[in-house]
Design a protein around this ligand. Sequence first.
Ligand code: FAD
Length: 288
Amino acid sequence: MKVIETIKSEKPTLSFEVFPPKTSDNFESVRTAAEKIADLKPAFMSVTYGAGGGTSDFTVDLAEDLIKQKGVTPLTHLTCVSADENKIETELNKIKSKGIENILALRGDIPEGLDKSKMKYKYAYELIEKIKDFDESFCVGGACYPESHPESENGEKDIESLKIKVASGCEFLTTQMFFDNNILYNFIMRLLKKGVDVPVVAGIMPVTNARQIKRITAISKNTLPQRFVRIVDRFADNEQALMQAGIAYATEQIIDLYANGISAVHVYSMNNPEVAKRIKNNLTEILK
Ligand code: FAD
């Protein structure tokens, strides 16, 4: 199943993200968590690639398991920042041979010390061109940043880059997390004004761990609304309370998105089936 077919409908959809383990020792526990999340019957599940210090080795294995064991459509991430053409072709052959139809094509963060002049792929759009050239039938998405990518000079330049990304074959865009929906609404208005009209999948991060959210947002430079900061500060030392409050906050964000015509919501579920389940349970009637 192509992700674009699922998300272009006006019916609300919910999807989840998992990330592969760093070592093979942890593969079984991650696989179990991913399968529990798959049991919630999401519209699709994304599997990250080498993000957050993880490895890329198990991305395709995990995605294949989702198809074979659970019949859930996977969206495999693929990054190109440190890859040459050979490496990308090897990965694409592997993805194709497992019957995976969807790829989220990313550049990846540039590692410190990497000589940029030696990079085969400097931007994600070049990877998208390569994927489409390899096999046009892949459904390819890309990343976008409602508060601008940290390397961008400004929001307008970032949107110009997204225009190039879409022209190179990107069929949908998944957003970086955001904690104030008005930021997304404003971003979509600016996208449409520049003629970027592919479906946008809204990425929502339920906050369940104060330290983790501070680390992630320090990198992504997200705006944190006062209402959100107060929740994190108040319940930082009480894990269960923070989880309850974080799930409530994320649920409220999701309902507001659906109510305002954003039909595709992707939850950064961080391999946590309990969080995914509680969010899904809050939306059962809405997703019917
Ligand atoms: P690009 O689209 O190439 O953009 C990078 C920068 O270059 C931006 O500032 C952009 O404005 C600029 N730019 C792009 N094209 C041009 C152009 N033609 N001319 C001039 N400037 C240009 N990382 C991982 O390692 N693994 C993952 O699995 C992963 N999953 C992610 C999923 C989502 C939904 C998101 C939002 C991010 C994810 N990331 C992941 C992080 C991502 O790899 C980094 O944010 C990375 O720094 C940028 O990747 P990109 O694909 O957005 O790059």
